[in-house]
Ligand binder design. Sequence first.
Ligand SMILES: Cc1cc2nc3c(=O)[nH]c(=O)nc-3n(C[C@H](O)[C@H](O)[C@H](O)COP(=O)(O)OP(=O)(O)OC[C@H]3O[C@@H](n4cnc5c(N)ncnc54)[C@H](O)[C@@H]3O)c2cc1C
Length: 396
Amino acid sequence: MDSSNKIEQTFDYIIAGAGASGLSLLWNMLHSDVLNSKRILLVDINFKPVNDKTWCFWDDSNIPFEELIYHTWSNLEVSALSERMNEDLKKYKYHCIRSIDYAEKILEMGKASDSVTMLESKIIDFESEGNQGIIITDQGKFKADYIFQSALKPPGLVNEKLDVSLKQHFLGWEIETNKDLFNPGRAIFMDFDIPQTDGVSFFYTLPFTKRKALIEYTLFSDKLLTDEEYELELIKYLQTKYNLKSSDFTVSRREKGNIPMEDRRYPFMYCDHVYNMGTAGGLTKPTTGYTFTRIQRHAKEIVNSLESGSPIPTKRASTYRFRIYDMMLLYILDQQTDVSIQIFHDLFQKNSFDRILQFLEEETNIVQELKIFYTLPYTPFFKSIWKMKHRIFSGA
Ligand SMILES: Cc1cc2nc3c(=O)[nH]c(=O)nc-3n(C[C@H](O)[C@H](O)[C@H](O)COP(=O)(O)OP(=O)(O)OC[C@H]3O[C@@H](n4cnc5c(N)ncnc54)[C@H](O)[C@@H]3O)c2cc1C
């Protein structure tokens, strides 16, 4: 590593991390007539696209790459307390994009652009000097007016108030079966009708064809499982739900994840002139783990600000009202598995799926939210308000 203060090169913008958020920002910059001739440095440890994430989201007009959508479902199913509920979506559709397609497409655009320099290197840290940010990599230091980073946890994170810290952790198999089993028009959003032994647990199934599906065992808890433990549950589920023995299917791919579900605030800045994005920027919705749509919106907002010369937005991904809702539900998810399942059951049984997605996307108004809360058991929420009052009444 170069420990000198020598700056190898100066750029207008540095994008540190070429995952969902870094590549979305690059895509938006390259589509901007104002920004596409700026000198951009894109840094990542590895630029090889991999098929390791299936990003799902419901309709959003901000999604810039519709041609990358791999599959769309117009019907969702939820099972809880032995009741199966499914519904055709009217307002939304549920889409997925594969990380490999996304990376291939946007990295190709980066390679083809004269403005973009791609550096495969380990990012070590960031600092600032005067009006510029500096990225420290194992191939030297580089400077820019603005650095947008999604690679490192911001150092200020440990000082933020934290009451509930769960993880949404999962391991899934993409399987191909020897008989027709799945409905490729219906995604199983959450199947809670499984043993709830290690925290709130459910199966998530994305059927791509009648014989091919991604099936994930997912938990909301603070303790990760071993791969064998997730896989044992997958085997049991395939047996009980689909009557599949190991000889009836092949596993073509594994997908594993661990997404933070926390009530702490994430700092906007890593240091002066270095902005956090993506998961490192606190864009994950704490109660669902959904981040992808928020990443797309954030990238657009950054590009709009750079184009107009206005300050980069530093508003939180969620408003105060939705932060409170998330805190209450996080508290319940952490403390009471049974009650959590009852809440999910009542939520999906008594409200339209479109309205629930709209609520999860934080696009409902207070009247619509009160109507939703009216359908849920009150006592656990009152208890959670009491337990979380020190946060709720101090700005969350
Ligand atoms: C398996 C999985 C499935 C998910 N599915 C969904 C979903 O369906 N819907 C949804 O909304 N959200 C989903 N998420 C959550 C979230 O959308 C993703 O995690 C998303 O990839 C976050 O984007 P990001 O840019 O913050 O991070 P990443 O996409 O992880 O990008 C970070 C980049 O930084 C690079 N990097 C890290 N450290 C260094 C370093 N020291 N030096 C150099 N480079 C480095 C990495 O190589 C990577 O390319 C999922 C997450 C996972 C893990």
